[in-house]
Design a protein around this ligand. Structure first.
Ligand code: FAD
Length: 597
């Protein structure tokens, strides 16, 4: 058994930022990070468009063009950012957490700047900012269209500077929680196949999102919801899993992202008739309406027969008017992606796009300080020693729909806050060995048995076929628009796929670098949490944010202003309960209103 004071699973922005904060606040703490991929390959590195903060460096002029703002009297502030976020979330976001996100945004950016993040600049040297959907002011701070790469690598530098131990290519197999106290994790070294338990006073998950449940997705291969499934399997609830964000501009048939920064820089959408169709759906904000609004508009155009291409099944992102110089300077990566994957040069041709599964609003419920909570008899109850932040967590700052650039912010703000909470926990409650709860003997055996059992299966099913079928049907039946018959059908499909999963067979039965085994473990997670997405979506009889029911097209605050919690029932199936939306001590800062853009 390995022992550390803190074990962090995930070396994306949230996990790394958390580790650095613990080291700063509790320098003696023994901290280690487990990551299934090398830290700098974590999915955060793929983020393109920017990270939000109301710095007020840029404002809109009278023609709605972004121009430098005055330093003395900036137009933007955290209250406007908060209002945009609460409204973007379709009023179901937890306002206590959203307030923290927006209040702490500006200092977070300056802190990142001081760590060395190479932000793009205005001519006067201030951090440049560009417009993003649903934000009233241009507040996306960016490093060309490689913002996530710049952030991730800067933080990795901090990790090295603070000499934090990393177990790369190590796969967290399971979480160990007993009597509401987290004991640590079980883990497999992918290189050797060896399985260990890691006991810790504090366990933190920064395991990222779960877009890989869908066929068309912008997410990395590693975004398979391992952390959320591990939490679910030990009896913790998953919150608001039905809210899955579809980003409007995925490369057609690939799903690879063309950042919203493209529309922030002035790119626009055209249908097959060459019309800027957003005039019909969001005349006030056009292409810079929130993602849920734009994604639905694209489908509405396609369904009305106004799509582009031979089968009229996509629309076009037009960047030609921006010119080569601006594209090379501000959007080099996405220009390259369009050339490499579709053979289309955005300098001279509009790019075929379609909505792509992009972001997981739901996840492991936490309070605003990163403590994981479960609900017992209607009360939030903290799981001692277990923390989460970033995309796998649900502090519910995004509610039913995330605004672009708010998730890099969430990962850094809540990564840091969770680090502070853990440092306080180590220096207080868990000081001098207190809090190092024993690792139960069954944990190692259970992990070893699970892996041995998978390796011994001799069935006729191929796991890759099962994954493909799951992803295709999830995209078709639980995508941008939902309806009860398709959701019910999808529950049946998942049930069948889970049965077929019992009959798989692995070609590689070795222990060393068995990536097929990792694929199979990940598939078991996809099958398990997808059921929570679908069950939550079937139950929620309203349309809110990214969850659009054809049979209930309106938001229903009287019945549905509440968070879904999915617990794993005795039969292995999700059991749904609900909990209220959280506000600050003085109640909601912003009351629900109709969302218009
Ligand atoms: C293409 C793309 C572009 C985006 N652009 C933006 C943007 O411009 N602005 C913005 O705000 N947001 C953007 N986002 C969203 C944002 O990038 C993510 O929400 C954020 O980076 C998530 O960070 P994280 O630290 O929570 O997780 P991740 O960066 O996904 O890291 C997850 C970590 O968990 C580890 N892990 C997972 N499972 C296991 C396991 N079983 N064992 C061991 N380790 C495990 C992985 O190895 C990885 O290190 C974008 C997303 C995509 C897909």
């Amino acid at each position: 058994m390995i022992t550390h004071d803190v074990i962090i699973v995930g070396s994306g922005l949230a996990g790394m930022r958390c580790a650095v904060e613990i080291r700063r606040k509790a320098p003696q703490a023994d901290i280690a990070i487990v990551s299934k991929i090398y830290p700098t390959r974590s999915h955060s590195g793929a983020a393109q468009g920017g990270i939000a903060a109301p710095l007020g460096n840029v404002r809109y002029d009278e023609n709605q063009m972004p121009v430098p703002d005055s330093e003395e009297n900036p137009q933007d502030n955290w209250q406007i950012h908060m209002y945009d976020t609460v409204k973007g979330a379709d009023f179901i976001g937890d306002q206590d957490a959203i307030e923290i996100l927006c209040r702490e945004a500006a200092p977070t950016i300056y802190e990142l700047e001081h760590m060395g993040v190479p932000f793009s600049r205005l001519p006067d040297g201030r951090i440049a900012q560009r417009p993003f959907g649903g934000h009233a002011n241009p507040r996306a701070c960016y490093a060309a269209d490689r913002t996530g790469h710049a952030l991730l690598h800067t933080l990795y530098g901090e990790l090295v500077r603070y000499d934090i131990k990393v177990y790369p290519e190590s796969y967290m197999l399971g979480l160990v929680v007993e009597d509401n106290i987290c004991r640590g994790i079980t883990v497999m070294d992918i290189r050797t196949g060896q399985i260990e338990t890691i006991q810790a006073k504090a366990t933190m998950f920064g395991t990222g999102g779960y877009g890989r449940a869908f066929k068309i997705t912008s997410n990395a291969f590693s975004s398979t919801g391992d952390g959320i499934t591990a939490a679910y399997r030990v009896g913790l609830p998953l919150e608001d899993m039905e809210f899955v964000q579809f980003h409007p501009t995925g490369l057609f048939s690939h799903g690879i992202l063309l950042s919203e920064g493209a529309r922030g820089e002035g790119g626009y959408l055209l249908n097959g008739l060459g019309e800027r169709f957003m005039t019909r759906y969001a005349p006030g904000r056009m292409e810079l309406a929130p993602r849920d609004v734009v994604s639905r508009a694209i489908y509405a155009e396609i369904e009305a027969g106004r799509g582009a291409g031979p089968n009229a099944d996509y629309v076009l992102l037009d960047l030609r008017h921006l010119g080569k110089k601006k594209l090379d300077e501000r959007l080099p990566q996405i220009t390259e992606l369009a050339r490499d994957y579709l053979g289309i040069d955005p300098v001279t041709e509009p790019v075929p796009i379609q909505p792509t599964a992009h972001y997981s609003m739901g996840g492991i419920p936490t309070d605003a300080d990163g403590r994981v909570v479960t609900t017992i008899d209607g009360q939030d109850t903290v799981i001692v020693g277990f923390f989460a932040a970033g995309e796998c967590a649900c502090a519910s700052v995004h509610g039913a729909n995330r605004l672009g650039t708010n998730s890099l912010l969430e990962a850094t703000v809540f990564g840091r806050r969770t680090g502070q909470t853990i440092a306080n926990f180590l220096l207080g409650e868990a000081r001098d060995g207190r809090g190092l709860a024993p690792m139960p003997a069954y944990a190692l055996k259970q992990a070893e048995d699970e892996v041995a059992e998978l390796l011994s299966r001799r069935g006729s099913e191929n796991h890759a076929d099962i994954r493909k079928e799951l992803q295709a049907t999830m995209f078709g039946n639980a995508g941008v628009f939902r309806q009860p018959d398709k959701l019910t059908q999808q529950l049946g499909i998942i049930n069948d796929l889970r049965e077929r999963f019992q009959r798989i067979s692995l070609d590689d039965r070795g222990r060393k670098y068995n990536t097929e085994l990792v694929d199979v473990l990940e598939l078991s997670h996809l099958l398990e949490f997808s059921e929570c997405i679908v069950a939550g979506a079937l139950a929620r009889e309203e349309s809110r944010g990214a969850h659009a029911r054809r049979d209930f097209p309106k938001r229903d605050d009287a019945k549905w202003m509440k968070h879904t919690l999915a617990f794993r029932g005795a039969d292995g199936r999700p059991q749904l309960t609900y909990k209220p939306v959280r506000y600050g001590p003085e109640g909601p800062r912003f009351q629900p209103e109709e969302r218009k853009y």
